[in-house]
Design a protein around this ligand. Structure first.
Ligand code: NDP
Ligand code: MG
Length: 387
């Protein structure tokens, strides 16, 4: 049966993995909308290849380039944040939300409000909106399928189980490229070193988040919203091989884990085919060649981000949205060479401490809070740049 699909963030890393699976199963999918921010030529090429009905650039200043690149194709071109939300609201069987950052929140909410099935990779959207997104999912009868590998693993381990029977959920973390580095070496890490992830190939922002461990902090908050077991039942363990993608322990002390290659096509396939299964082009998992799986506790002295994220979700209210916005600004500044590596979490923590924001009650509240936190984070950047 052919199903329709919209892919938000088609030109990114998750976008490429998703389209690889779609390309291998062309009879299963009709592509409705594809989006990018400003990679107009790449987007137009994908829209042509997959016969999309509409292609949208989030940045309106790139619309002319998109129109030129789509000339004669019959594919509709659109641009700007409104257009992105309109495209996301078009009825489809599956929306893959893979824009990076809080920029993906409004379009993801548009798909949720339509009551659609949404494969959510865009963790920042859920971290920022939290209850606002989860209530919209419930109110509109939407289905949220976790695509982040850890959350997809947990989702799979919960299948057939009852959430009341869960004693503990353990998120695994690879530890990132700086896992074994000294504090001094971490302070001096360059963007090239920070994005060189040992196990996963990903976009620049999430790669830096993996190096600071803020990715795991954001995932902790993401897990809190997706799986209502309470914070005291959520744990993080470092597992450098990235073979076990997360685990669920039930109250009888039986632990279920999901294992697989470190390739996002596995969790994406699990979402695309859900509740069925589909083929992926990956090699079978060869445990004897992997040999050993190891685990250790996170070192929050060298990598404070998981502590900061835990404090943000414990504080509740608008704190997670503030943390996320500040982290986005700080990562951008680090990638632009404006601040050193350790300032990323320092800026996030300073911004978080600078005010206590009330819990946002609507999408508009979240976006306003995000905008305000960005201004405060930029202040913190200037005030902490020399420290
Ligand atoms: P990339 O940076 O590779 O891709 C981001 C995509 O979003 C691109 O299509 C980009 O378009 C688009 N985009 C960027 N900014 C905007 C904006 N302001 N408005 C509209 N579109 C925008 O990111 P990833 O694919 O790595 O990550 C996407 C999301 O998935 C993130 O939230 C990440 O945390 C999550 N995720 C990613 C994993 C991975 O393995 N990559 C694993 C688990 C989760 P353009 O090309 O024009 O810039
Ligand atoms: Mg993950």
């Amino acid at each position: 049966m052919t199903r329709s699909i919209t892919l938000l963030g088609a030109t990114g890393s998750i976008g490429a993995s998703t389209l690889d699976l779609v390309r291998r199963n062309p009879d299963d999918w009709n592509v409705e909308a594809l989006s990018a921010n400003c990679s107009a030529k790449e987007l137009a090429a994908l829209a042509r290849e997959f016969g999309a009905k509409v292609a949208v650039v989030g940045d309106e200043s790139c619309l002319d380039e998109l129109k030129d690149a789509l000339a004669g194709s019959g594919i509709e071109a659109a641009g700007g944040s409104e257009a992105l939300c309109e495209a996301a609201a078009r009825p489809v069987d599956m929306t893959v939300a893979a824009i990076v950052g809080c920029a993906g929140l409004a379009p993801t909410m548009a798909a949720v409000r339509r009551g659609g099935t949404v494969a959510l990779a865009n963790k920042e959207a859920l971290v920022s909106a939290g209850d606002v997104m989860m209530s919209a999912v419930a109110q509109n009868g939407a289905t949220l399928l976790p695509t982040d590998s850890e959350h997809n693993a947990i989702f799979q381990c919960l299948a057939g189980g009852k959430i009341e029977d869960v004693a503990r959920i353990t998120l695994t973390a690879s530890g990132g490229p700086l896992r074994t580095w000294s504090r001094e070496a971490i302070d001096a890490a360059t963007p090239e070193q920070a994005v060189a992830h040992p196990n996963w190939s990903m976009g620049a922002k999430i790669s830096v988040d993996s190096a600071t461990m803020m990715n795991k902090g954001l995932e902790y908050i993401e897990a809190f919203h997706l799986f209502p077991v309470g914070l005291d039942r959520l744990r993080i363990v470092v597992h450098p091989q990235s073979v076990i993608h997360s685990m669920v322990e039930y109250r009888d002390r039986s632990t279920l884990a999901q294992l697989g290659p470190s390739d996002m096509r596995v969790p994406i396939a699990s979402c695309l085919a859900w509740p069925e299964r589909m083929e992926t082009p990956l090699e079978p998992l060869d445990l004897s060649s992997i040999g050993e799986l190891t685990f250790h506790a996170p070192d929050e002295a060298r990598f404070p981000a998981t502590r900061i994220a835990r404090e943000a979700i414990e504080a509740g209210g608008g704190a997670p949205a503030v943390l996320n916005a500040a982290n986005e600004i700080a990562v951008e500044a680090f990638l632009a060479g404006q601040i050193g590596f350790s300032r990323i979490t320092a800026v996030a923590e300073t911004t978080l401490a600078s005010y206590s924001a009330a819990a946002p009650a609507s999408l508009e509240d979240v976006l306003a809070l995000d905008a305000e936190a960005r201004i405060r984070a930029r202040d913190a950047l200037e005030n902490t740049a020399l420290v």
